[in-house]
Design a binder for this molecule. Sequence first.
Ligand SMILES: [Zn+2]
Length: 178
Amino acid sequence: MRYALIIWGCVVLVFFTGKAFGAISPTVQSRLNTTATLIAGKPVTVNCHYTKADWDAHVHWVGLDPAPGQYVNAYTYIGTGPVELSPEVCLSLQKGQNLSPTDIGQVVDTMAHEPNHAFGLRDERQTEACAKRYEALVIHVLYGVKYHTAKMRLYVAYALAFSKNYVAASYQGGTCPR
Ligand SMILES: [Zn+2]
């Protein structure tokens, strides 16, 4: 398969209405691209999708229709990018920092995971293990949180909790080869 993704387990956190919402700001877009580029070690673009219909069509087009009860959070073209983000992730990005711990964890874990596919990783266990290495970078670049602070530790904890509680079991228990 040419694409890799991150999927949620059985619990759906957001009942997305399918209504379109405003685009993320140019600042956030720039920070997303920088985050992905730093993790992948090559220029990588991040694309937001804003409606359920658009997202479902893209996911179907690349052959990643999820199993019942699962949700495709994002997917990435292996070895090159771009990273494609679901409306749920993009809505959280649009809202900025006024988010629940789970929303923050979702954004951070997703953006720490996907660029490892752009780097070239295909195996989801390895990729999710590598995500844990890049969480602090994502939090710093995306949210401007300083390293080695209480807020950084809190956001890292949110991301770890999201990975543990919501990312599919088939992604767990790997070792990062990078
Ligand atoms: Zn993945």
